[in-house]
Design a protein around this ligand. Structure first.
Ligand SMILES: Nc1ncnc2c1ncn2[C@@H]1O[C@H](COP(=O)(O)OP(=O)(O)OP(=O)(O)O)[C@@H](O)[C@H]1O
Ligand SMILES: [Mg+2]
Length: 647
């Protein structure tokens, strides 16, 4: 005889996990009657645990029934509690008096009520398990059997994905060229309470919680928790999930981590193994100062002129270098290349552009004198103008390119005959900025006295990357397109400079991906991880700034944002409201909790979030989950990750 197919509904019910009966159910709540014996047999009933209430039997093949999914949110008084309490205290007194020790009516005292929130109703539709998010109908007369699911049954509850969400995820995957949907990966196990001696004891089969990789692509993810509660560990898990999904689906997904503390780039003392160590071939690390095995975040000062100049300004200010008026004037200079659209006609534009070129030439000569290594074969090129050229040196034409040394000599000669040069048509040859740059180059001020000039810049040579031929932003974007993990180690370097560079890179990623989106194509998948997010997407930031724009609008351009902070309340409400995935470990005050409690059913966990300070004990709501799930996030294990990666 053919075995009947297992009934997915009845499979959720585990006979040995029976804990009691409902004595009251309504649309929102259920009261469950349980006993000490039953609870003990089922390894306890912690606060927040899931319960299943049904009139189906565990081995039923009846497909017509349904199962209510409940969450324990407290104890419930029973009508007879007052009387029982009175008798119990009497009995205790009697026991104390050593009277009637043998006839204590203990069994009567062991019953109690549990207050539960109704999370939804499991039923079968076309033989597939379905979870409605409410209670459609309830019976006042029928007592439902109640089970505390564990192990595999609990796993299937917490990993339940609705048919609609599964279809949407599959359609999303198909748009990305993935035929069979994206995989899910385990990142933790269900944990209800800080004290986990029983429900996660040695004998208990832990229920694995899986993350659906597709939930993160082109979405926002928040990771909340006080310091040292496992935010960075969760980020590492996510990076690994995305990397593994990318490999399995052969879909390139770029990931970029703004690593403020250098913890992802380096193996640090507390955490053995870092992302860079686990994924050595896919990880590219950038740093602000030259470091072996790191790429310089810095630019080539000869080619990225405003950036380089800005760096110098920051460094001189930071190092409180004593400044002459020429250095002050140098720091205040602008190096923006004139754009044709800003001028009335070609003639005025060309005129301005030639002047700009000369200024850049003098600046390049200053850099070269200060020992900033020019890029290989670098030539300084500018239009000197026929009469100036002939006066300075009729044989050499700077328009054909000068070596930095030749340029220095050329400017030196020009300075010697400066008075001659600034007559007639050449009135504007030595305009103020040019004059300052020539003073720095030749170490003489307008009065002819010695000034340190270019020497002021010498100590900062190491901030210049002579071999960089492309803009660092573009280089990073190309790596992201190739599906690499970029770690921007921002733990060292001048803070102002760091912020400017971080923003510039972010802006470049946004602009490049938006440009693809605007042509109607599918932009590449990129996940951006930011820590201390309240500083970047805080309430005070205008939504037009680059970080809030990425967080709010990046999804269109398939930019996913993962942000970590301990300050829920300071995140821009507009961004929080659009965040699809939320992880929350311990928070220490009600202000923060109240902010989070506005979302989904996080309110149920308010007290436990303040109270339980366990590292990695998080409450999770992802796009796929219909409700919040309390889990213990696995510790990022570099050895296991390496094995998974086949290393
Ligand atoms: N799930 C976990 N299980 C066990 N240990 C963990 C877990 N998560 C993190 N840890 C450990 O706890 C410490 C703090 O974790 P982590 O650095 O991830 O916290 P954080 O919230 O990012 O802290 P911070 O606010 O300082 O950045 C680390 O030593 C880490 O290895
Ligand atoms: Mg951290």
């Amino acid at each position: 005889m053919k075995e009947p197919a297992p009934n997915p509904l009845a499979q959720l019910l585990q006979k040995n996990q029976f804990i009691g009966w409902t004595c009251r159910v309504d649309y929102e709540h259920a009261t469950v009657l349980t006993s000490d014996d039953l609870k003990a047999k089922a390894s306890g009933v912690p606060l927040h645990c899931f319960l299943l209430a049904t009139n189906l039997k565990a081995d039923s093949i009846d497909t017509a029934g349904e199962i209510l999914l409940l969450r324990v949110i407290g104890s419930a008084p029973l009508p007879q509690d007052a009387e029982l309490l009175q008798r119990k205290s009497e009995s205790l007194k009697n026991r104390e008096l050593k009277i009637a020790a043998n006839d204590s009516p203990k069994s009567e005292f062991q019953f109690g009520g549990l207050l539960c929130r109704a999370l939804g109703t499991f039923y079968l539709q076309n033989n597939r398990l379905r979870l409605g998010s409410d209670v459609e109908n309830y019976s006042n007369a029928v007592d439902l059997d109640v089970y505390r699911p564990s192990g595999a049954a609990l796993s299937s509850i917490v990993n339940y994905v609705s048919a609609e969400r599964a279809a949407a995820a599959e359609a999303d995957a198909q748009r990305l060229g993935i035929a069979n949907g994206m995989p899910a990966f385990p990142i933790g196990t269900v944990r209800y309470s800080s004290t986990d001696r029983l429900h996660r004891g040695d004998d208990a089969e832990k229920a694995v919680f899986n993350l659906n990789a597709i939930d993160f692509l082109a979405r926002r993810t928040a990771i909340f928790g006080m310091t040292r509660t496992g935010k960075s560990n969760t980020v590492k898990q996510l990076v690994s999930v995305v990397m593994r999904a990318s490999r399995e689906c052969r879909l390139k997904i770029g990931q970029i981590i703004y690593d403020l503390n250098g913890e992802y780039a380096n193996a640090n003392q507390q955490d053995k193994g870092s992302i860079a160590e686990v994924f050595p071939e896919e990880t590219i690390r950038y740093r602000m100062i030259p470091t072996p095995e790191f790429q310089p975040i810095l630019n080539n000062f000869y080619t990225q002129i405003p950036e380089g100049h800005h760096t110098l300004r920051g460094l001189i200010e930071l190092n409180r270098v004593s400044r002459s008026s020429d250095i002050d004037a140098f720091l205040n200079m602008e190096f923006n290349e004139p754009r044709r659209e800003d001028f009335e006609n070609d003639t005025t534009f060309t005129h301005h552009h030639i002047r700009y070129q000369r200024k850049i030439a003098a600046y390049h000569a200053v850099l070269a004198r200060a020992g900033f290594e020019p890029p290989p074969g670098f030539k300084i090129t500018f239009e000197a103008g026929a009469s100036v050229k002939n006066k300075v040196n009729p044989i050499i034409d700077p328009a054909n390119g000068l070596t930095p040394m030749q340029a220095y000599e050329w400017f030196q000669l020009a300075r010697q005959i400066q008075d001659e040069l600034i007559t007639g048509n050449n009135q504007n040859w030595v305009e103020p900025d040019m004059n300052v740059l020539m003073n720095l180059l030749l170490q003489k001020n307008d009065q002819g006295s010695y000034i340190p000039g270019f020497r002021v810049l010498q100590p900062f040579k190491e901030y210049h990357a002579p071999n960089r031929t492309t803009d660092v932003c573009d280089e990073i974007y190309q790596h992201l397109l190739a599906g690499k993990i970029i770690i921007l180690d921002l733990s060292v370097g001048n803070p102002d400079q760091r912020e400017r560079l971080s923003k510039r890179i972010a802006r470049h990623i946004l602009a490049s991906s938006m440009a693809v989106f605007n042509t109607g194509q599918i932009p590449p998948n990129i996940v951006i991880y930011i820590e201390e997010a309240h500083n970047l997407i805080g309430k005070g930031e205008p939504l037009t700034e680059v970080w809030p724009t990425i967080a709010k609008e990046g999804a269109k351009a398939r930019l996913a944002t993962v942000y970590a902070t301990q300050e829920v309340s300071s995140i821009h409400p507009n961004i929080l409201a659009n965040t699809e995935n939320i992880f929350c470990a311990h928070l220490n005050n009600e202000n923060e909790i109240n902010e989070l409690a506005k979302y989904y059913d996080f309110r149920d966990f308010s007290k436990s979030i303040i109270r339980a300070q366990d590292v990695g004990f998080g409450r999770v709501k992802t796009l796929s989950n219909p409700f919040v799930i309390p889990i213990q996030v696995d510790k990022f294990d570099p050895e296991r990750e390496k094995q998974r990666a086949g290393k």
